[in-house]
Write a protein that binds this ligand. Structure first.
Ligand code: GLU
Length: 495
């Protein structure tokens, strides 16, 4: 690529960072990284009424959390700043003035009523709506007079009605639009602010954007943008429109299909690595059957020509599956770090804990529970038995495994046995257990199930001997004796 690759992600800060926006950002980022170019974050906030500071912050936070970092942007600056459109009004005004001086744009004084009547008339003739050109050729005198009189006005760009405009889309190939479909559209609104089309094209020129990679819904805007680039005297950038993301039933993806914003995924316990991998698969296939594609590999493989033309279907199961994969790969330290605030909240650890033996123990528990968890939530839940006393026993389990009249005695027997096991390691505990089972003349399940229920409150979980070893002798013995006491006192109803 001859020219320097410069791409931009240009969100409007009017809501959360959604999965579609994040995917667009990631594709831009991958493209920039692959070609040694620059990834620019530009905030399209000319719509003052709908833009919020909260949304702006959320977008930046979401991208940072995903590790999609920008080379130039509102917070980090760069050679073509400022990077928030609301701070660039003088730049847009300068370009508008030039277009007016060159007669490439003109003021339009048509009232909303007039425009509505024009539209109806066209409709009656079965024609598509377009601006009829009433103010196109007003004399300079009339323009000045009406301006001086303070008549409300917008500014329109001169388009041409004949021929066609072809968008050379790097994903879709050539897409032709009849110029009759492109009217003299508005570039500057009556409230004295630029339209999205105008601000976007001015910025793409000013910021030397080489490739515009954005959502498919903007494809129909592109012929207008080509008109603008020409008027601005600039070579249009290359375009690539990435496919829509649809729900499994092929309807538009929305709230009712579950989480759609990046912060919701984070709160669900999804890891950023899993989410970016998932974003890649929304429209890009690596070329073989592989689906696990980490960031570095994605940079190598990414190619706009391999982006699908057809819509991508959102599949939360795939995301969860990817998450489980990345989750297992994390180091226990990373997971501890991510889980820490919640562990503090639950009272499992103290906020500023630094004692080595405590940290080592938490690490051991995390490493152990990690192997059978798919996300941070499952991890934290799975840590419960090691940090909380057993407050209640699973109901069904109680009826099934605590009903035998000998249960309390058996639990005491195991407690006494454990008190003497040395070293207190899972294989040693298991060996001893087998002996007790034989001595008691019971089936292994008749001892293992009640012991698990007594120690964890649950009927399911990791290997019992591992759990006992991890919990430690004192705690395991205490829990068994306590359960026996409760059973004997009739505190636990087994029928
Ligand atoms: N602000 C527009 C959006 O969020 C940007 C479109 C573009 O990339 O040109 O859809």
């Amino acid at each position: 690529m001859g020219q320097e690759v410069r791409v931009r992600f240009a969100p409007s800060p009017t809501g959360a960072l959604h999965i579609g926006g994040a995917r667009t950002a990631y594709f831009n980022w991958l493209f920039a990284r692959k070609h040694g170019g620059k990834f620019v974050l530009r905030i399209d906030d000319t719509d003052r009424a709908r833009s919020t500071e909260a949304s702006y912050q959320q977008i930046l936070e979401g991208l940072r959390w995903l590790g999609i970092l920008w080379d130039e942007g509102p917070d980090v600056g760069g050679p073509y700043g400022p990077y928030r459109q609301s701070e660039r009004m003088d730049i847009y005004r300068r370009h508008l003035d030039r277009l007016l001086a060159e007669d490439k744009a003109y003021p339009c004084f048509c009232t909303p009523d007039e425009l509505a009547r024009d539209r109806e008339a066209l409709q009656r003739e079965g024609k598509p709506p377009r601006y009829v050109g009433r103010c196109r050729d007003l004399s300079p005198d009339e323009r000045s007079r009406r301006m001086a009189a303070g008549e409300p006005h917008v500014y329109r760009i001169r388009s041409r009605a004949e021929g066609e405009t072809v968008v050379h889309d790097l994903i879709r190939g050539d897409v032709a639009f009849a110029n009759s479909e492109i009217d003299d559209f508005i570039i500057w609104k009556a409230d004295d602010t630029p339209t999205y089309h105008f601000a976007s094209c001015v910025d793409d020129v000013e910021m030397k954007i080489s490739h515009v990679i954005r959502a498919e819904e903007h494809l129909s805007n592109t012929p207008r943008h080509i008109v603008l680039f020409e008027a601005l005297g600039a070579e249009p950038p290359a375009f690539a429109h990435v496919p829509m993301i649809l729900a499994p039933d092929r309807s538009k993806l929305s709230k009712r299909h579950g989480a759609t914003s990046v912060s919701e995924y984070r709160d669900m316990g999804i890891l950023p690595e899993a989410l970016v991998n998932y974003l890649l698969l929304l429209g890009f296939s690596p070329g073989d059957d592989r689906e696990i594609v980490d960031r570095e590999t994605a940079i190598q493989l990414f190619d706009l020509e391999k982006v699908a033309k057809h819509a991508a279907i959102y599949d939360v199961k795939k995301l969860e599956w990817l998450n489980a994969h990345y989750f297992r790969q994390q180091s226990p330290e990373t997971l501890m770090d991510q889980a820490w605030p919640q562990l503090v909240e639950r009272g499992y650890v103290a906020e500023g804990e630094s004692r080595r033996e405590v940290l080592m123990w938490v690490r051991t528990v995390v490493a152990f529970v990690q192997t059978r968890s798919r996300n941070l939530h499952e991890l934290i839940d799975g840590m419960r038995p090691y940090f909380e006393p057993v407050r209640a026993y699973d109901d069904k389990g109680v009826r099934k495994h605590f009903a035998h009249p000998e249960t309390a005695n058996r639990l005491r027997r195991v407690a006494d046995g454990l008190a003497g096991v040395a070293p207190f390691l899972a294989p040693v505990i298991e060996r001893e257990f087998r002996q007790w089972i034989e001595q008691m003349g019971v089936k292994s399940g008749e001892l293992i199930h009640p012991v698990r229920l007594a120690i964890t409150g649950s009927t399911v979980g990791p290997g019992l001997f591992d759990v006992i070893a991890l919990l430690g002798r004192d705690e395991a013995v205490r829990r068994l004796r306590e359960t026996a006491d409760r059973l004997e006192a009739g505190d636990v109803v087994t029928a």
